[in-house]
Design a protein around this ligand. Structure first.
Ligand code: DGT
Ligand code: CA
Ligand code: CA
Ligand code: ZN
Length: 587
């Protein structure tokens, strides 16, 4: 059980207590505080439990909470929650996630109208039953309907890193059963999209029934939606839906193609197949037969001989194509490129020679300069840039000129002890609201790399925001724009500005754009990266690590770069340090 699952269960518990009408606020707060601690913990709490560590050493975890967490991690259950949910339906918790609907209102809806689910609530609101309820009214009813609409559209998309945390242990668990001969995740997860709606597992099993049973009894499963012979759907306690399909070996490859998608890629693939007199489906690739012959396909046409299906390579080959990597399967021209032998030689993690954005304890990082440097060396990088914040970000301990000079002394000392890796002097310099840079030119001149970024006033009108960025990019010492759109996935939309103009300006002035690899950011986005590449803007991929552990987020950036068709030559930190610096040098 991973941190986000533990946090989700404890949050659910706190909300159930609120709905129940728990009068002791400390009891509820204990759960909420524990949730905060667990979300902030850089290490899996599961590991601490397994190693017998004392959980009460964690902030805000008392003895009772420690034993709840231990129970949850070791059994996948929380008996106290099961106790409470005998009285309060767990589905009520969903309702409290709607804006303007707190636990008290949920209680009232349940008491008065017997509403326990979102569907109940939507039906009651549509029927005008909410407006007449004391404490609600017409406005409140409209708001509820709107909120349900929005919730339906947005909810349930998990960041890819959260999906990884949840899916990897499930895969390990399934593979412990030796009847599972093959198991892979398809869908958006395999395409490595920045968020996923649900998880699509495909398996080959020597005996389907017990494997399906193992799946539905995975401890973090909260509810089993469907459990058939070869197809099951469960919802995990984190709210993540997982589908499992058990397949015959002869159609495993075609099912993998089908369920990896995207839907648009599949449609194009089928068109190509039809031109060759073939039918592609999740069951295999078949020759199309004359009417009346053979079995009937899902599209109503008669099927002849099976020509492919066991492997993906075989399926693509049957329509005259080489295998296409899942990150490219979005119908953005990959089928045509494959047909012409023009698929890009996509960048890989091993191509990267350094990480160009990270923070130390000098600003808001958790590790010292030396710890960060040694960790980068251990990851095989040739060089690294430390980019602590500038003074405008006072809350992060941003560095003014005096502190920056002090920091350089420490950097020089640390660098001298680590000749195995080259230390580039850098800073993440704030772009102020008027487009000026936060650090004095005299200091910037002494840096190897000037990374510039917006951390405030994300809300400027588009024209002003564009002007701000253009001015900063034109600064004669600026080299890299960090997290250029400022978006945070599921939390903050990209800033409103003319990206095209900004890219053109960056190309003209030899300024690179960052692909921030942090899975909460992934900024620039894939389509923006494609636009940047078209304009000849160079990209750097950086983790923006705030701890040693964050350095391992680099693969998320690489995956996003691959979805944007980037090759090593498009990315500056595939170059040796000297070449990188001369590529960014300004006239
Ligand atoms: P998600 O889950 O929203 O992040 O996105 P996907 O791509 O994983 O979509 P999902 O889980 O609905 O379906 C998995 C794959 O199955 C999808 O990528 C393509 C295939 N698929 C699903 N429905 C259809 C369909 O109606 N037509 C075709 N051609 N393919 C489909
Ligand atoms: Ca999916
Ligand atoms: Ca699905
Ligand atoms: Zn930043």
């Amino acid at each position: 059980m991973e941190n986000i699952e533990i946090a989700a269960v404890l949050t659910e518990m706190a909300t159930l207590l609120e709905i129940q009408g728990e009068t002791n606020p400390f009891r509820i707060r204990a759960y909420r505080n524990a949730v905060y601690t667990i979300q902030e913990s850089p290490d899996p709490v599961r590991k601490m439990v397994e190693e017998g560590a004392d959980l009460t050493e964690l902030p805000a975890i008392g003895k009772d909470m420690a034993s709840h967490i231990t129970e949850l991690v070791t059994t996948g259950r929380l008996s106290i929650l099961e106790e409470v949910s005998k009285e309060i339906p767990r589905s009520l918790v969903q309702l409290t996630k709607l804006p303007g609907v707190g636990p008290k209102k949920v209680r009232k809806l349940w008491d008065e109208l017997d509403i326990t689910t979102l569907d109940d609530l939507a039906a009651a609101a549509s029927a005008g039953k909410i407006a007449v309820l004391a404490g609600f009214g017409k406005k409140s009813e409209e708001k509820i309907l709107e909120a349900i609409e929005r919730h339906k559209k947005r909810s349930g998309r998990f960041r890819i890193s959260s999906a990884d945390e949840l899916v990897q242990p499930l895969i390990e668990y399934m593979l412990q059963d030796e009847r599972v001969e093959r198991l892979e995740v398809a869908g958006s997860y395999r395409r490595r999209q920045e968020t996923v709606g649900d998880i699509d597992l495909l398996a080959i099993a020597s005996d389907a029934e017990p494997v399906m049973e193992r799946f539905t009894s995975y401890p973090p499963v909260r509810s089993v939606e469907k459990s058939g012979d070869t197809r099951g759907t469960v919802i995990l306690s984190s709210d993540l839906q997982v589908d499992l399909r058990i397949l015959p070996a002869e159609s495993y490859g075609s099912a993998l193609v089908y369920f990896t998608g995207s839907k648009e890629h599949n449609v194009e693939l089928r068109k190509r197949a039809l031109q060759r007199g073939l039918s592609v489906s999740e069951y295999g690739v078949f020759e199309l037969a004359e009417e009346g012959e053979g079995e009937e396909s899902t599209t109503g046409r008669d099927l002849g001989k099976r020509v492919a299906g066991a492997t993906e390579e075989e399926v693509y080959a049957s329509v005259g194509l080489p295998w296409i990597t899942p990150e490219l399967r979005t119908n953005r021209g990959e089928l045509e490129a494959a047909a012409n032998g023009e698929l890009p030689a996509l960048i890989e993690f091993e191509d990267l020679k350094g990480d160009l954005q990270m923070h130390s304890t000098w600003s808001d990082g958790k590790n010292t300069i030396e710890e960060m440097l040694a960790a980068c060396a251990a990851r095989g990088y040739e060089y690294v840039a430390l980019t602590d914040h500038s003074k405008a970000l006072a809350m992060t301990g941003g560095l003014d000129a005096a502190k920056l000079r002090e920091q350089w002394k420490e950097i020089d000392e640390v660098a001298a002890r680590h000749p195995e890796i080259r230390f580039l002097r850098s800073q993440e310099v704030d772009i102020l609201a008027d487009g000026a840079l936060d650090t004095e030119d005299e200091m910037l001149e002494q840096l190897d790399l000037v990374v510039i970024a917006v951390h405030s006033r994300f809300d400027l009108p588009a024209a002003k925001q564009t002007e701000r960025l253009l001015k900063a990019i034109q600064h004669p010492l600026a080299n890299i724009v960090a997290h250029p759109t400022g978006r945070i996935i599921n939390r903050r939309d990209p800033m409103d500005f003319a990206l095209d103009e900004v890219l053109a300006c960056a190309a003209e002035h030899g300024v690179a754009m960052e692909l921030n690899a942090h899975p909460h950011r992934l900024d620039l986005r894939d389509i923006d990266l494609m636009a940047a590449r078209k304009r000849g803007v160079k990209i750097v991929i950086s983790t923006d690590a705030h701890s040693i552990a964050d350095l391992d987020l680099m693969p998320y950036g690489v995956e996003q770069a691959r979805r944007a068709w980037l090759e090593p030559a498009d990315v500056l930190n595939t170059l040796p340090a000297d070449d990188l610096l001369s590529a960014l040098a300004k006239a």
